[in-house]
Write a protein that binds this ligand. Sequence first.
Ligand code: NAD
Length: 265
Amino acid sequence: MTRLAILGAAGRMGSALVRCAQQLDTVDVAVAIDRQGHPAIGRDAGVVAGHGSIGVAISDDLATVRSADVLIDFTSHTAVPRHVQAAVDAGRAVVIGTTGLDEAETAAVHAAAKVVPVVWAPNMSLGVNLLFELVRQAAAVLGLDYDAEITETHHRHKTDAPSGTALGLAKAVAAGRQQQLADVACWGREGQVGARPKGEIGVHAIRAGDVIGDHTVILAGDNERLELSHRASSRDAFAMGALRAAHWAAQQPAGLYGMNDVLGL
Ligand code: NAD
């Protein structure tokens, strides 16, 4: 049984993790953490998640992660450096689902992975991780004659754009076509942008309502168009993947891993 510390336990993903963990006999929620001053501090994490009591109160004391084998972070990009440091200090594996990290925050993740196992993935669902591979293959076969455009749609509360998953899909197109994403990315269009340059990878973000996460990769040639889409219908798709990653990470040596490693893709 892998004992978990859920960071961001009162959030949308944290709640899904607490609920889904109750369905598995491989993991157990030992610690639940949220930010200082959050109204859920002191309340039972299971009750906050809408499941019923699990006997673990949400705390703001990061030192308590020592009671767990693995940390799972779905919080805010600004909190990630402190959380990976807590994993390093405690000598514990960490699974990071949080997206929107800047350069310094990303460097903190890489530094932690030299000391403890780190699974870091912008999307923990099985379907999306399979999609990354399918997109890489399709882009490799179709090449630069097919224009690549990516759209993503998320709920109105999402704070970063484009989504980490859309970035991952753009990287998959670039990898398949042997391009550097930074050289060819187009992050939305407005005004007199001119004709589309060959080889560009367009990425577009829609924010609307309560959409959990939709992604489409369009590969369009002169006479045909291929569209590869994924639609998440429940956050449990990400939560189940993150729980599987946590159980897996507890057994690994230090290093930076992706969901492809966890899923053996
Ligand atoms: P949310 O706002 O519902 O939840 C975030 C929680 O983290 C909140 O309860 C907040 O109080 C808490 N938090 C913020 N700062 C904290 C800190 N310093 N210490 C402890 N807790 C802190 O957000 P969400 O929809 O659950 O998403 C969280 C993150 O996960 C986002 O970056 C989102 O993009 C990402 N996400 C990733 C995946 C994936 O599969 N990798 C899937 C869904 C969401």
